[in-house]
Design a protein around this ligand. Sequence first.
Ligand SMILES: Nc1ncnc2c1ncn2[C@@H]1O[C@H](COP(=O)(O)OP(=O)(O)OP(=O)(O)O)[C@@H](O)[C@H]1O
Ligand SMILES: [Mg+2]
Length: 399
Amino acid sequence: MDHVINPYTPGAGTPPLVLAGRDDILRSADTALKRVQTGRSGRSQMLLGLRGVGKTVLLNNIFNKAEDANYFTIKIEAPENGDFAQRCLPELKRILLRLSTQEKLRRQLDLAGAALRNFASIFKLSYEGFEFGATPHRGLAETGDFETDFSEMMRYVLTAAKAADRNIALFVDEVQYLKPEELAAITVTCHDAAQRSLPFLFFGAGLPQIAKLAGDAKSYAERLYEFPEVGSLSDLAADEALRGPAQREGVEFEDAAVNLILERSRNYPYFLQVWGDHVWKQAGQSPISVRDVRNAEGQLVTHLDENFFRVRFDRCKPVQQKYLRAMAELGPGPHATGEIASTLGCEPSQVSTTRAQLISLGMIWSQRHGETAFTVPLFDEFMKRQMPKLEKHVPRKRK
Ligand SMILES: Nc1ncnc2c1ncn2[C@@H]1O[C@H](COP(=O)(O)OP(=O)(O)OP(=O)(O)O)[C@@H](O)[C@H]1O
Ligand SMILES: [Mg+2]
């Protein structure tokens, strides 16, 4: 079929033509935005899900809603080893500058400007000030405790925004890369804003372990945030995600072809897009048939292995790869951590460092104590293709 009009969108954060099966999440984000707009409290959200389920796409969709609703928005992708606060400062300054035309806000802007300047100075961040906050205000956001100072700085910016009848929404993608104190600082900001009726919402997205990270950072996090799970799609939504884009180009699928793709992709959004894309290229005419799907399969598996799975596999050391292979032996998961160790032929304590390293690499995660799961869907099948033979753990000899 014509490649120029191929309607599928495999990628990272690439908006699909049909955003299927996420109406509930979008509705509750919409409600939170509207509540804050009308002076009520709204619940911030942490979108949780494995790689490729559509978190970034959703976050961007909510971001657009917030912009349409005239929110001041800040969007940050948490850098893997970077500094969240350094990225926030220019965004906050931009908001203050936008408010600076309003003479009646002079006092609030002065305080907020001073808070930004003090915060930057105490945490040695680069910051170019402006007319507001030029006169020193000692004691604002400069205790040296990150969480206290960040939330205090936010309080002054939010107070200025509120005086101008404006709201602020902060969007952070890849939340699992934030440092614990950064996640705690955001949580305290949400808490503080709720208590003081300040117009603030936070929308985060990341791997499922962030629910626990947020709870570890602040025990009240679970009452403060909604944690919508972004997972594989229902059959109905997956069907829509696959057929919808093609129908816009007047192309249909045979039912059996759709069923086969849903089965192979396990209804995961990214895999559905890759399947749609490959089958489109393969098929000669409408309707797309089971034969087209089968013909596309070989190339598609190679494509996924090389582009999606192997980049992650290559980041791991051989001992870590062996651990992943043992998990794959047990199936998609989650698995009892002890059982993985037995599969490797050793005690859990002998591989606990490897497990911890894989967690920090974002390859695996643990929802419950004693359990381990992949963060990438279908990774078990890839591991078996990549390392057909299961190898036992060989303890390193002490020198
Ligand atoms: N609801 C949906 N319906 C159809 N396709 C979708 C949907 N959500 C996402 N996609 C497609 O899935 C792919 C992955 O989306 P996205 O990059 O948002 O995932 P992600 O969860 O952010 O992944 P990662 O954790 O790797 O950042 C994209 O190609 C996107 O077009
Ligand atoms: Mg993403």
